[in-house]
Design a protein around this ligand. Structure first.
Ligand SMILES: Nc1ncnc2c1ncn2[C@@H]1O[C@H](COP(=O)(O)OP(=O)(O)OP(=O)(O)O)[C@@H](O)[C@H]1O
Ligand SMILES: [Ca+2]
Ligand SMILES: [Ca+2]
Ligand SMILES: [Ca+2]
Length: 518
């Protein structure tokens, strides 16, 4: 199974991109010699840079590396992540799958670009996307989800595997049927107890992070149970358990396990569900129920889970939560790699310059660390300092906008890791996201519409040499605006914005011009 001489392209036709993260891209693919498992997902984990010069096979290397500490040091962070994911997937192949709730790995290829994992294709969508689309969303439906995740975790934990990054994005439905299994996936930072060196997570949200991870104490399988508690809290309320106006504050709440069922919607939720959440969100990991225990819990088994439709307010909050979550990932990510924007030549140059490699990202992170020693929270001026340190002067005019987009609670600070995560996603985003971001940048008051004043103020905020040459001519701004405002109500919605851009590439150039540093 673990050969490396074969070529991926001999065996599979690669199709559209399904997703990806900082170091990887996932594509749908079809096996050339069609069989039952003809549709698969191929996750390509890129190998970038090879400090040693001669290419070494990481697939071979990984069996040694996992046992010898010293081996790890010579790998870059992307190599370390890659070796880790392969090591964990190997263990899963040996000890866990086939399992209805854990993603299957069918095969593995390696070439100069990196390592390709041939995975079971999950076409049923991400956990929350499906939940918010459900017509009959009830406690019973949430319990069924918890049951599936607990079932998967139970198998992983039995094999001494800790997922460490359990979150709704990493749970996919296998297919679109109502009875589709839910699969746990993305073992990039997972660890095999007493075997691999855990990778310290650099990117991503802290929403699902447990107190022991924050305080850098021992991580065990109970850490995954905490994350499941957070997921369940969100499923039953539409919001995160730990709310704060700053990152530090949020950390404090998590460390203290300080959450509540005070919101009025909790009165409609069964007591046994609340009791379950409280037990999962216990600060002492040893007091949390295990995955096996969860499977015997009355509410999880469905015995005490209500069948009635959930309160409409919970559902609409869940929608909003899901939209925010997606936007944070799409966010800046999209600005720099959309095919739509690539039509502008200068912009393309800018984009190429800022399509960051993992090394650059790591450098960015280091620069940031130097500036700001305690934690990952940055102010705008710190963010600008980092951009300067990185010689990314052309992004400076955009700094405030980028920053605002990530300042979710408007307290003037951002979680730098979210911005880094955004940068690291640049390569894999799709068309509309870029326009969406562009639109958001104009929509300064976040009303969902752009007014002429907003376009004007955006243009005013930019250095003169960034502006179209004829911008000061009377009527230029009006003209730009009127071409967008299809129903002439003085406001431009995202739909109008989008279709104007699609209709008219010179308009698009004019609009994007304002985002274009010299
Ligand atoms: N087997 C699969 N079937 C369908 N879609 C998949 C599959 N694996 C991954 N994807 C899609 O690709 C996205 C990224 O996959 P994955 O989480 O494994 O990548 P990653 O690089 O580790 O990303 P990150 O760590 O940033 O979440 C997933 O969120 C999902 O949308
Ligand atoms: Ca993921
Ligand atoms: Ca990952
Ligand atoms: Ca507005």
């Amino acid at each position: 199974m673990w050969q490396k001489a074969r070529e991926l392209s001999d065996d599979y036709d690669l199709k559209e991109v399904l997703g990806g993260g900082g170091f990887s891209v996932v594509r749908r693919a079809v096996r050339k010699s069609a069989g039952v498992k003809s549709q698969v997902a191929i996750k390509t984990i890129k190998r970038i840079g090879n400090p040693g010069g001669t290419p070494q096979s990481l697939v071979e290397e990984n069996s040694k590396a996992s046992k010898e500490d010293s081996k790890w040091k010579q790998f870059s962070i992307s190599d370390a992540l890659l070796i880790n994911e392969i090591t964990v997937m190997r263990k899963i192949v040996e000890d866990v799958i086939p399992h209805p709730n854990v993603i299957s790995l069918y095969d593995l290829y390696e070439d100069l670009n990196g390592v390709h994992l041939v995975l079971e294709l999950c076409s049923g969508g991400e956990l929350f996307d499906r939940m918010v689309d459900q017509e009959k969303y009830s406690e019973a439906a949430a319990a069924a989800v918890v049951r599936q995740i607990a079932n998967g975790l139970s198998a992983l934990h039995c094999a001494n595997i800790i997922h460490r990054d359990l979150k709704p994005e990493n749970c996919l439905f296998l297919n679109n049927s109502v009875s589709s299994p839910l699969k746990i996936m993305d073992f990039g930072v997972s660890s095999v107890e007493e075997f691999t060196q855990p990778i310290v997570g650099l990117f991503g949200s802290i929403d699902y992070v447990s107190p022991e991870v924050l305080s850098q104490r021992r991580v065990t399988s109970a850490t995954d149970m905490w994350a499941l508690g957070v997921i369940l809290y969100i499923l039953l309320s539409g919001d995160s358990p730990f709310h704060a106006t700053s990152y530090q504050q949020k950390q404090k709440l998590i460390l203290a396990g300080d959450f509540s069922f005070e919101d009025h919607t909790w009165t409609s939720i069964s007591p046994s569900a609340k009791q379950l959440i409280s037990s999962l969100l216990t600060v002492d990991p040893q007091k949390r129920p295990t995955a096996q225990e969860l499977l015997l819990h009355r509410w999880v088994m469905g015995q005490s889970a209500k069948q009635e439709l959930m309160d409409a307010e919970i559902i609409s909050r869940l929608h909003a939560f899901n939209a925010r979550r997606k936007f944070r990932v799409a966010g800046i990510a999209s600005l720099l790699s959309s095919t739509v924007m690539l039509r502008t030549k200068k912009l393309r140059n800018l984009l190429e310059a800022h399509d960051l490699t993992p090394e650059e990202l790591e450098k960015l992170r280091m620069h940031f660390k130097k500036l700001h020693k305690d934690g990952d929270i940055a102010t705008l001026s710190e963010f600008e300092e980092v951009l300067k340190a990185m010689n990314m002067y052309s992004l400076l005019p955009l700094a405030r906008r980028i920053f605002d987009l990530f300042d979710n609670n408007h307290d003037g600070t951002v979680d730098m890791r979210e911005i880094l995560c955004g940068f690291s996603n640049l390569r894999n985003s799709k068309g509309d996201d870029a326009l969406q971001l562009c639109f958001q940048m104009y929509d300064t008051d976040r009303s969902g519409c752009i007014t002429k004043e907003e376009v004007a103020s955006m243009l005013r905020a930019l250095p003169e040499d960034c502006l179209p040459a004829d911008i000061t001519e009377p009527g230029t701004l009006d003209e730009i605006f009127e071409r967008m405002d299809a129903n002439t109500d003085g406001k431009v919605t995202f739909e109008e914005f989008k279709s104007a851009m699609k209709r008219d590439s010179s308009l698009q150039d004019a609009v994007l011009h304002s985002l274009r540093p010299t």
